[in-house]
Design a protein around this ligand. Structure first.
Ligand code: ASP
Ligand code: MG
Length: 438
């Protein structure tokens, strides 16, 4: 059974939902994972913020504005009285539920219940649309099988067992619709897989049912060699290995959520990135392949903070790096890039929540300097260590850009450089002409 995931823009209007039908309607059995309509999760975050602030009037106004938007979609989507009524009842149910929070006490748990409404709405709306067209489909409630454990990791054993139970209840049916993003936590409460988590849902489901392929449908024709929002010429990449795709997703290629690769990779299930606007385009295939040699793509990750740590003593005595890393570990702050010299180490983080505390502890053992507003430019491909020229090509292309850090050799898939964010556009452009000859 295939898994197909469609993001917020693919269900973003009645018209988009209508054009989805031909993509999902097929004689092969499939599970379709949907995001909330685009803009909805952001709106629900805003509503939650108003509720946190006990601004009941603002929350009520935001809820009404969102409800009006959904009423318009319903009016456009359904043609028969019966389904219009079903749509109205659906919306009334979810929005009255949202309104029930306005007078209540509001905590993180309530917020998660609020955030779940977007996917519950989009999946039910699309399911009704299929029903109105006479297409058989089954709505699979993600909250009955998606679960994370105490470490917020997917509870694969539970998911596998329960999604298969759900599927068994509907033997003989072929088209299943389910919610991306939402799940239950170890306490059985409504939770989610973090923003953008619907890709992760699709990958987890694919792994759980051992799907032959996971398709992620978005509004671009695959992963591109460079950021199309920054440079003016890019091309889609046809094939990537799991490791290459993971580096790109982690370092900023927006098309795919970084966590999404792992469940698929573990079970060796190819992930296909496809374009809803151009279904015939080939897209990008991510699989367990020995991909062609060479640089395939560059991506940039902004909002990076660089920390230089210079040992008080002249040498990096043994135990120094351990002491440094332990500090980051205590604050559960992942490190992205590292470079070292004999007397100093520089590293980067993107989660600066505990920066002050970390710097304070580091200063007890070293001299510390912090630079914010940095960007990691990540150059990804199959770059065998015994082949010359790749690092040279990158550095040569970037000859006019001051490089704060350079990291090479960590894996055979990646060269990373750290630059001032103000130089990002120039750097991506320089790589586009120097490496990809645009
Ligand atoms: N609706 C959620 C979000 O906007 C999840 C997703 O779209 O992947 O973050
Ligand atoms: Mg997304």
């Amino acid at each position: 059974m295939l898994v197909l995931k469609f993001g917020g823009t693919s269900v973003g209007s009645a018209e988009r939902m209508r054009s989805l039908v031909s993509l999902v309607h097929n004689s092969d059995p499939r599970i379709v994972v949907l995001s909330a309509m685009s803009g909805t999760t952001n709106a629900l975050v805003e509503i939650s913020n108003a509720l946190y602030q006990k601004d009941t009037a603002k929350a009520a106004a935001l809820i009404l504005a969102l409800e009006n938007k959904y009423s318009e979609v319903i009016a456009d989507l359904y043609k028969t009285e019966a389904f219009l009524q079903k749509g109205k009842d659906l919306i009334a149910g979810h929005f009255n539920y949202l309104r029930s929070f306005t007078l209540d006490m509001f905590t993180a748990n309530e917020e998660k219940a609020v955030l779940a409404q977007g996917e519950l709405l989009s999946t039910a709306m699309f399911h009704f649309h299929l029903q109105e067209l006479g297409i058989d489909s089954v709505l699979l409630p993600a909250l009955n099988f998606m679960r994370i454990d105490e470490n917020e990791e997917p509870d694969m054993a539970y998911i596998e067992q329960n999604i298969n139970l759900e599927l068994k209840k509907h033997n003989g049916h072929k088209l299943f619709i389910t919610q991306g993003y939402i799940c239950r936590n170890a306490f059985g409460e409504i939770d989610n897989l973090k923003r953008g988590g619907s890709d992760y849902t699709a990958s987890i489901i694919g792994a759980a049912i051992r799907s032959p392929e996971i398709q992620i449908w978005t509004d671009i024709d695959g992963m591109h060699n460079n950021d199309p929002r920054v440079v003016n010429k890019t091309h889609p990449i046809q094939e990537l290995s799991f490791d290459e795709a993971a580096e790109l997703a982690y370092f900023g290629a927006k098309i795919l959520h970084p966590t999404c690769i792992l469940p698929a990779q573990k079970r060796n299930i190819p992930v296909l990135l496809k374009n809803t606007m151009q279904p015939e385009a080939r897209g990008t295939r991510i699989a367990n392949i020995e991909s062609a040699e060479g640089i395939k793509a560059v991506a940039a990750k902004d909002g990076i903070c660089a920390i230089s740590i210079k040992s008080d003593r002249m040498l990096l005595a043994h135990g120094f790096l351990r002491a440094v890393f332990e500090i980051f570990e205590r604050y559960k702050t992942p490190i992205d890039m590292i470079t070292t010299s004999e007397v100093a180490v520089s590293l980067t983080i993107d989660n600066t929540r505990f920066l002050k505390e970390i710097v304070k502890e580091l200063e007890e053992i070293a001299n510390v300097e912090v630079d914010t507003d940095q960007s990691i430019i990540c150059i990804v491909g199959n770059l065998p260590k015994n082949k010359p020229g790749y690092a040279h090509k990158v550095l040569e292309s970037l000859r006019d850009i001051p490089l704060r850090m350079v990291s090479y050799g960590g894996s055979a898939n990646n060269i990373s450089v750290l630059i001032d964010s103000g130089m990002k556009a120039k750097a991506l452009q320089a790589l586009n002409s120097g490496v990809f000859n645009y």
